[in-house]
Write a protein that binds this ligand. Structure first.
Ligand SMILES: NC(=O)c1ccc[n+]([C@@H]2O[C@H](COP(=O)([O-])OP(=O)(O)OC[C@H]3O[C@@H](n4cnc5c(N)ncnc54)[C@H](OP(=O)(O)O)[C@@H]3O)[C@@H](O)[C@H]2O)c1
Length: 344
């Protein structure tokens, strides 16, 4: 960040899976922080977390947490965002929110910085971070919109335990141990056996048969791309992977499909994307290889033999990073560089 100004930053949900990544990403990208405030529930108040080699004490998140805060990064769940984001805005902070609380509210921009950074400038105090599966899908799909109008996307997800936070990862590890020891399996976070199994995404199933995760991918894509016509149909599945989501995507163009070469070039040139498409070695994007990586990996790039206007590809992305903390910090970076006037 080429900015000599420094900002007071608060992280609501600092002790969680996304919170831990916020701390790493802010330090790694040298975000210009004056004061840092770490907030979580009363359970964590008094705990110490390290940031950039220095200890910080966690405070309880309350309405009074945001005095003098310039940027508040929220990842404490939707109900905390609904309860406290307004207090943060009233105190003068700009909120970047990781929950689904504000995503579809027309007053609040929904942003993937590589896709629609200009929307950040329309904020009224709150900027929403999209759903992790939506972000990872758009990182692979958006570069292709430059080659021709996309009419329809058919996506199937292979989602990791970390999407359900630290407790989700613990459950997969614990169940795997129990399974191998031939013990009965402990289910606290997920409704079904997770070790050595997969199941339809654990978000509530809506009246139309899609679950909420699938509906998010469909609605958020239209809002981010400013395209009310684009069709998206999604099937979201939890797979026993600890970290990083993968997605198989079929993309149908309105007109003739671009060449595979043009598609590979567009993906390779796009910031935040790496092409991993080694047909000879049968080596394509994998969650273990993309974990802890800022970029999303795209491969399996091929023509759909059943539809002359469509192509298939496969993307993997670390959803705690690009799907959450990294994307939110990137939003904050654009915000301070382009849309936050200098004080005084
Ligand atoms: N995991 C992902 O990949 C992902 C991706 C995109 C968006 N998100 C969103 O990010 C948020 C956090 O997810 P996560 O995966 O990091 O969950 P997590 O590991 O369960 O962490 C939850 C965090 O919220 C805090 N919190 C919970 N209840 C609170 C309360 N009543 N008051 C104050 N703080 C409270 C927790 O504090 P304590 O430690 O004190 O309980 C903890 O810091 C959720 O909204 C989630 O939907 C997650």
């Amino acid at each position: 960040v080429s900015n000599s100004r420094h900002f007071n930053v608060a992280i609501a949900g600092a002790t969680g899976a996304v919170g831990a990544e916020f701390l790493k990403v802010l330090a790694d990208r040298k975000f210009p922080i004056a004061n840092l405030k770490l907030l979580a529930s009363a359970r964590s108040a008094g705990k110490t977390l390290m940031f950039d080699g220095k200890p910080y004490t966690v405070e309880e998140l309350t309405e009074h947490s945001f005095q003098d805060v310039d940027i508040a990064l929220f990842s404490a769940g939707g109900s905390q965002s609904k309860k406290y984001a307004d207090a943060a805005v009233r105190a003068g902070a700009v909120v970047v929110d990781n929950s689904s609380a504000f995503r579809m509210d027309p007053r609040h921009p929904l942003v993937v910085p590589e896709v629609n950074p200009e929307d950040i400038g329309t904020h009224q105090g709150i900027i929403a971070n999209p759903n992790c599966s939506t972000i990872i899908m758009l990182m692979a799909v958006y570069p292709l919109t430059k080659l021709g109008r996309i009419k329809r996307i058919v996506v199937s997800t292979y989602q990791a335990a970390s999407g359900a936070g630290a407790a989700g990862m613990d459950e997969l590890v614990e169940q795997t141990r129990e399974y191998l020891a031939e013990k009965s399996l402990t289910k606290k976070v997920f409704p079904h056996q997770y070790a050595f199994n997969l199941f339809s995404h654990n978000s509530p199933v809506t009246e139309n048969g899609y679950n909420e995760e699938e509906m998010k991918m469909m609605k958020e894509t239209r809002k981010i791309l400013h395209d009310d016509q684009i069709g998206v149909t999604a099937t979201c599945v939890r797979v026993p992977v600890l970290r990083a989501h993968s997605e198989a995507i079929n993309i149908e163009f309105e007109g003739a499909r671009p060449s595979l070469e043009a598609i590979r070039d567009a993906l390779a040139a796009f910031p935040g994307v790496q092409v991993r498409d080694d047909r000879a070695a049968n080596h394509f994007p994998m969650p273990i290889e993309v974990s802890d990586n800022y970029d999303c990996f795209v491969g399996r790039i091929r023509n759909d033999l059943s539809n002359e206007r469509a192509v298939d590809l496969f993307v993997a992305g670390d959803q705690v990073l690009k799907g959450a903390a990294l994307n939110a910090v990137q939003i904050a970076e654009v915000l301070i560089e382009k849309f936050m006037p200098a004080k005084k």
